[in-house]
Each structure stands twice: as structure tokens, then as C-alpha cells.
Design a protein around this ligand. Structure first.
Ligand SMILES: [Fe+2]
Length: 198
């Protein structure tokens, strides 16, 4: 599955594709008329159905509908379809991501924060059995300003003038989170992953 975030409409032509994409979800709280869906169910390699939910935060990020407004119904729907449920919460503020993880503790398998590109050191299994990390980090070049060639990002910050961003190249690593769960979808472990790519 591929989950998205605040750059979902960066390429206009993508909207048409998203309407029929079965393995790509966009944040569920973009508004009811937006194309695509914020929930999909796919089979894992062993046949276990896995529901994937995508939500976007509303603190310091432009989001049409509060994630807390839609999360209860969305997760109820996911729970009717699968026991293993992974939520990607694409949000800026650590507080909002921790709050969402608490809201969903005991209801889903994992709440994985994304968007900041900076991995946090709080991978954990909460008391109710839901794994959480505030941000899974970035797979890409870390010798950069969150993936962009540093001099270009700095030039934009210094002047406020438009600068065409280009991806950096150095310090590439894979970052993410590894969650183990039982057949009921209860998380057993949650570990941040950080692998340098030679
Ligand atoms: Fe983002």
C-alpha cells in the first residue's frame, strides 16, 4: 500500500488515477468531494487482511476537515473489515500525533506518524496494544534539508524567493518502523528502523 499526505494534489493529473487506484490511499479528511479514499484493505503475504487508513493532521498544516472529526467512524469501518489496522497519520505537530495515538490505543494495530521526515525516538507499544511512533522518518538522502539540496533550501529561507528544489544525493538511508502483531491485530513490538544505504 502507498499512503499519501499534503502533496497529494501537487500533480493535477494524479486525481484521475487516484479514483481507481486500489493500493493508494490519500488522507481521509480532505473533504467528502475529493477523489480517492482514505481506507483500503489488502491481503498480506500470508493472506491476512490488513486495513490501511490515511489521515492528515490539522495543526500547522492546511487540512479541510479535522482528523478528530472523522477518525471514530473511519476506524469503526476499518474494524468491520480487518483485525490488523495500520494508520498513517500525516501530520506536523508531535502533540497532535501523540494525541491521535492515544485516541486509537486498543482500536488499531499501529499509528505511524509521517510528514516531518525526521525519525522520532518514541517507538512504543501503548498499554492498550497499539504500536505508535510520532514520525517514521525519511527514506532518502539525509545529507540535505529533509531531502532537498541544502544550499537550495537555505537560499529560499534566506531570501523568500522561489527556488526550484532538487533532491540531494548524500547520506541515503531507509527509515521506517517494524511492528509485530498477533492474529487479533494487537501489537507485540514496535521498533524504529534506520538502515544506511551504501
Ligand atoms: Fe507531508
Amino acid at each position: 500500500m502507498i499512503t499519501l499526505g499534503n502533496h497529494v494534489w501537487r500533480r493535477r493529473e494524479f486525481a484521475q488515477y487516484l479514483k481507481s487506484a486500489e493500493r493508494v490511499v490519500r488522507p481521509a479528511n480532505l473533504g467528502s468531494s475529493a477523489p480517492g479514499s482514505g481506507l483500503a484493505v489488502v491481503d498480506a503475504e500470508d493472506g491476512t487482511p490488513v486495513a490501511v487508513v490515511n489521515l492528515q493532521g490539522s495543526l500547522f498544516i492546511s487540512t479541510p476537515v479535522s482528523p478528530f472529526e472523522v477518525v471514530d467512524e473511519l476506524v469503526e469501518q476499518a474494524r468491520s473489515l480487518a483485525k490488523v489496522i495500520v494508520v498513517d497519520f500525516h501530520a506536523e505537530a508531535t502533540s497532535e500525533k501523540i494525541a491521535m495515538a492515544r485516541v486509537l490505543d486498543g482500536l488499531v494495530t499501529a499509528v505511524i506518524g509521517t510528514h516531518t521526515h525526521v525519525q522520532t525516538s518514541d517507538a512504543r507499544v501503548q498499554p492498550g496494544g497499539t504500536a505508535a511512533i510520532t514520525d517514521a522518518g525519511m527514506t532518502g538522502p539525509h545529507d540535505s534539508v529533509i531531502g532537498v539540496k541544502a544550499e537550495l533550501a537555505i537560499a529560499r529561507m534566506r531570501t523568500g524567493m522561489p527556488v526550484r528544489f532538487e533532491p540531494a544525493e548524500g547520506g541515503v538511508r531507509i527509515e521506517g518502523v517494524l511492528v509485530e502483531c498477533d492474529a487479533d491485530g494487537r501489537a507485540l513490538s514496535c521498533e524504529a528502523v534506520r538502515v544506511p544505504v551504501p
